[in-house]
Each structure stands twice: as C-alpha cells, then as structure tokens.
Write a protein that binds this ligand. Structure first.
Ligand code: UDP
Ligand code: MG
Length: 336
C-alpha cells in the first residue's frame, strides 16, 4: 500500500436516488472527510435511476475530480441493489457504505476506520437514537429488528442499517453470494468474520424526504424474513398439528357426550365440525411439509457458499514440497 501512493485504501459507496436537495451539503462534508483521510480514497456514487438533476451534478464531478466515481443504473433497482453495484466496483481495502442524506454522518466514518485499523473486518454503526423520523417509522423499525432477531437462524445486529465498513476480504466473500432478493446487512452478518460496532445518534435527513415509502420498507422486511429464516415455512406445520390435535380432542369430547346421551347434543353438527377441522388440520400439515421442501429448494437456489474461510495457515509449505522433503524425512527418523 505504502509503495504506491495512488493505491486506494478506502472506497465510500453512496447510493443516490433523487437526492438533488442534499448534494451540495453532502459534497462539502465529503470533501472534509476526504481531506481528513490520509490515504487514497474514492467515493462511488451509485445513481439508482434518479429523475432529478442529481446525476448531472455527479457526472460532472466524476469527470473533473479523480476522487469521485459515478455509476448510473438504467432505472430504479432499489437501495440494496444500488449498494451492491457500488461495492462491486470498489477498489479500496476498506469499503464504507453510507446514505446520501447525511443521516449517516461522515464524521462517524473516522470511528469506523479506527476500529478497522484495530483489526476488525466488519464495523457496523448502531443507531442509538433516530431523530426526525415519524413515530410510525421508529416503531415499525424497532419491531422489525426484534422480530427478525427472534426468527433468524443467525444473529443479525438490531438497530443497524447498511451504514458500515467492511474489509476487502469480506467483500470478496459477499461477491460469492449471488442471491437476487438481497438484504445486504443480513448477508454480511451471515458471513461472520471479526465484527464490531460503533454507536451513533442518527440525525434527521439533511434535506428532501425519505425514499423508503411503506411499500419499499415492507419489501425489505419481507426479503429479510424470507432470506434469513424458515420460521414462516414451519408455521404451517405447527398450525396444522395444533388444529388437528384440537379437532381430535374435541372429537373425543363429543363422543363422551354422545355416549352419555347428552340432551344438548345436536345430531350431525358435532361430527361435521370434527371432520371439517381434522381435514383442515391435515391440509395445513401437508402444506407445511411441502413448505419444508420449498425451503430446501430456496436454500439451494440462493447458491450461497457452503462456508467462508477466514484464515488458512501452513498450506504454503505444501507447495515447497521438494525442498522440504529431507526435513520431513528427518522428522520421521527422529520419531521412529
Ligand atoms: N435509495 C436508493 N434507491 C432507492 C431508495 C433509496 O438508492 O430506491 C438511497 C437514498 O438515496 C439514500 C439511501 O438509499 O441515500 C437511504 O434512503 P432514505 O434516506 O430515503 O431511507 P431512510 O433513511 O428514510 O430509511
Ligand atoms: Mg435516510
């Protein structure tokens, strides 16, 4: 790194969707950040199909200032795809993803980098508070992280968005995960490596309004739940078992009433209800079983790697076999 002064240490990936109102402030703050970073840094703007004047500003910037790069997607593909496109193009040793609206303050990036220097591979920024967001958004976000945490088979940190730093090796591993419905923060959690957090207070949007309307938020939540948990699939099995179990119990109770000649028993009604709910339960159970197979297919089509290697030691000596043979022979000789 030190040998080549132009080497890029940091790539800052910023997805941008109709953000012309925040660009002037953002560019000023980025300028300060880049001046603070001693080593080479690049800022990659990914324009996610904006329909305002933002792309013109950013394209001009990328042409005149070598620290800035511009990727324009052909239409609005969504935040998660946009950050994927930016990370794919990143050349840095550490890759930082942050929002354009300054809700993720560039000053926190210094802290992320400090942790990376300590040896962490993933440093995510946890939101201690969220200013300027509606009560509804805060409540649903709070609920989302708790429910997801309960459902997911791997721990996904709560109150953590996509504002984070990842090491180059985490990025290389992430590239091996080609799944189409992406929930990037979950995928990075899935990858493991040495992860840590930095806490920050999330500010209100600097300008403009949220590009995450309810529908997009729901889609993200859905991707998270379906991509990182098969609890919904198992739900049908448990419901099926419960309904059939209750139907059988009720059937037993009706039999008792019938044998004791209970005068309140309406002929035909109980048997109909018992058969109906039993069949219903069996139906759900079968759906659940089909669901388990669908779950397996889903896991296969995601084509995630089976495992991710963090460290490999001692393999280099294998390549130097001829030189080492006498030494090995000597060791054997000692042991025998
Ligand atoms: N964004 C994007 N594509 C979209 C929606 C949002 O690239 O379809 C970008 C947006 O420009 C911003 C970031 O993703 O930089 C986060 O969006 P926003 O601030 O609107 O979300 P919120 O903070 O309200 O959850
Ligand atoms: Mg925002």
């Amino acid at each position: 790194m030190a040998a080549d002064s132009r080497a890029i240490s940091y790539s800052i990936v910023i997805p941008v969707y109709n953000e012309e109102a925040v660009l002037p402030v953002l560019l000023r703050r980025l300028d300060l950040l880049l001046a603070r970073l001693q080593e080479g840094a690049e800022v990659i703007f990914v324009d996610d199909g904006s329909r305002d004047s933002g792309p013109i500003v950013l394209q001009a910037l990328a042409k005149r200032d070598p620290r800035f790069r511009y990727i324009g997607l052909s239409r609005n593909f969504g935040h998660q795809i946009a950050i994927t496109a930016g990370m794919d193009a990143a050349q840095g040793e550490a890759i930082i993803v942050m929002d354009a609206d300054l809700q993720d303050p560039p000053e926190v990036v210094d802290e992320l980098i400090a942790k990376w220097r300590e040896g962490y591979d993933v440093v995510y920024a946890r939101r201690l508070s969220r200013a300027g967001e509606s009560r509804f958004k805060r409540a649903t976000a709070h609920l989302f992280y708790r429910v997801l945490g309960g459902m997911s088979s791997i721990p996904i940190p709560a109150d953590v968005g996509d504002f984070r730093l990842i090491d180059r090796k985490v990025l290389e591993a992430l590239r091996q995960m080609p799944e189409r419905d992406r929930f990037v923060r979950g995928m990075i959690a899935w990858l493991g490596f040495r992860q840590t957090e930095v806490a920050f207070h999330r500010l209100a949007r600097s300008a403009g309004e949220t590009k995450y309307p309810l529908l997009k938020m729901a889609r993200l939540a859905m991707n998270a739940a379906l991509g990182f948990s098969d609890t919904p699939l198992r739900l049908a099995i448990w419901c099926g078992l419960a309904v059939s179990g209750l139907a059988l119990l009720y059937g037993g109770w009706v039999m008792v009433l019938w044998m004791s000649n209970d005068p309140h028993l309406v002929a035909g009604w109980s048997s109909t209800i018992v058969i109906m709910s039993l069949l219903c339960g069996i139906n759900m159970l079968m759906t659940g079983i089909v669901g388990l197979y669908v779950g397996r297919i889903h896991a296969e089509v995601k084509r995630r790697p089976l495992y991710v290697v963090q460290t490999r030691l001692g393999f280099e000596s294998g390549q130097a076999m001829p030189d080492q043979l006498p030494a090995k022979a000597a060791i054997h000789a000692v042991h025998e």
